[in-house]
Design a protein around this ligand. Structure first.
Ligand code: CO
Length: 213
């Protein structure tokens, strides 16, 4: 095989290993002993939103789950398994849902084109659109309406986290779990805290709270 971009990635890896071990020869040895990340990151799969780089964090600090448009879908066994493991085994104290302006998944949800299988996934965002139709209709600028739906979608996913028995159990057991919603700006690299954080089921609609013992 001729030298390709693919081979370059392996070369990059070798250089990285050398760089890290030059700084600390026990770096990988120490990391291999185990993880105790304080944060579960639920982000978009978009290649331009790498969780560690944009938060200045290192291996061992973020437990990461990424999917199209940073969704918390209650039938998604992958997300639920990550959430359960992060909260009940790793004992994370923060869950951050991080969306981003310019999200292709959110853009897809705002139009009517059929995209095949992904229609099923995108449908969840269309529900957020519908739930906020009054506010969104008032925004005449297409770009601003798109930005706002990105924010509202993150807010809805934070709320959907709060609706899980996994999160509610942690709150009941006073583990100090906090859930947060952020939006990352592709154009400036800045993260906006949407200030929709929750640390109890206090502000959750009663119908979504479980009787837990
Ligand atoms: Co995206």
């Amino acid at each position: 095989m001729k030298n390709t971009y693919y081979h370059q990635l392996l070369e990059n890896n070798k250089e990285w290993v050398e760089e890290m071990t030059a700084k600390d020869k026990n770096y990988f040895e120490e990391l291999s002993k185990g993880q105790k990340p304080p944060v579960l990151w639920i982000g978009c799969a978009d290649s331009r939103v790498p969780a560690n780089e944009i938060t200045g964090t290192h291996p061992g600090e973020l437990f990461v789950h990424r999917n199209i448009a940073n969704m918390v879908v209650h039938t998604d066994m992958n997300m639920l398994s990550v959430l359960d493991y992060a909260v009940n085994h790793l004992g994370v104290t923060h869950i951050i849902v991080c969306g981003h302006y310019g999200c292709g998944g959110v853009a897809a949800a705002m139009q009517n084109k059929s995209l095949g299988l992904i229609n099923k996934w995108i449908r969840n965002i269309k529900e957020v659109y519908k739930d906020n139709i009054t506010e969104l209709r008032k925004i005449s600028d297409d770009k601003k309406r798109f930005d706002r739906l990105v924010e509202l979608n993150v807010k809805a996913q934070v709320y959907d986290l709060a609706k899980t028995s996994i999160v509610q159990n942690a709150w009941k057991n006073n583990t100090g779990l906090e859930i947060h919603g952020w939006v990352y700006g592709l154009k400036d690299g800045v993260i906006k805290d949407l200030k929709v954080s929750m640390d109890s089921a206090e502000h959750l609609d009663a119908i979504f709270t479980f009787d837990l013992d």
